[in-house]
Design a protein around this ligand. Structure first.
Ligand SMILES: [Zn+2]
Ligand SMILES: [Zn+2]
Length: 186
């Protein structure tokens, strides 16, 4: 499938957003306060969202929860339903743009959208195209035993099982290596 620059950015953003959620009750939230949200917005170049407030923070956390459910969806129909709800609640205004020297592409967030609605519209549509392309299974959760981080598998044969966090990929490589050595030695 064709993944344009903007889809790629939206995917990186939604994965990073989902992964700011605490993994359990004892873990810290990656978006603990408004300054953390401001940092997130800056790092992901989310435009036109204006000054952020506590309301934005709680709205973004709610959207984050909905995205997490999409990544955990057992099948395309469930994912489609969740994406439809998310995008409908945000409202969209598709419009063509060639900002910052990029080729023509479509933005979905409505003019004046809050940061939560901006994320829901543009990231929600990016995920929608994965469902349309029959590629929903690329939206994954890491299979390492104590890690449930979200990631998008862009490998050619959809073979990625672990997230980018160094520990997962490496740790499992090491485990596999040791297992092979044990086998070779026995
Ligand atoms: Zn753009
Ligand atoms: Zn992982």
């Amino acid at each position: 499938m064709l993944i344009t620059h903007d889809t790629r950015c939206a995917l990186d953003t939604v994965v990073d957003l989902v992964n700011t959620a605490p993994e359990d009750d004892t873990a810290a939230d990656g978006l603990p306060d408004v300054p953390a949200l401001e940092r997130f917005v800056r790092e992901h170049e989310i435009s036109d969202v204006g000054a952020l407030s506590e309301l934005d923070l709680s709205a973004v956390r709610r959207v984050r929860e909905r995205f997490a459910r999409i990544f955990a969806a057992p099948d395309a129909r469930t994912a489609a339903g969740l994406i439809n709800e998310l995008v409908a609640a945000a409202g969209t205004t598709p419009r063509l743009t060639d900002h910052d020297g990029y080729d023509w592409h479509v933005h979905y967030f409505a003019p004046g959208a809050s940061v939560a609605d901006h994320l829901a519209a543009d990231c929600g549509m990016a995920l929608a195209f994965f469902v349309v392309a029959g590629e929903r299974e690329r939206l994954r959760r890491c299979e390492a035993p104590d890690c449930r981080r979200a990631f998008v598998d862009l490998s050619r044969n959809r073979s990625r099982r672990y997230c980018d966090s160094r520990t997962c990929g490496n740790r499992l490589h090491v485990a596999a290596y040791r297992a092979r050595r044990r086998e070779a030695a026995s």
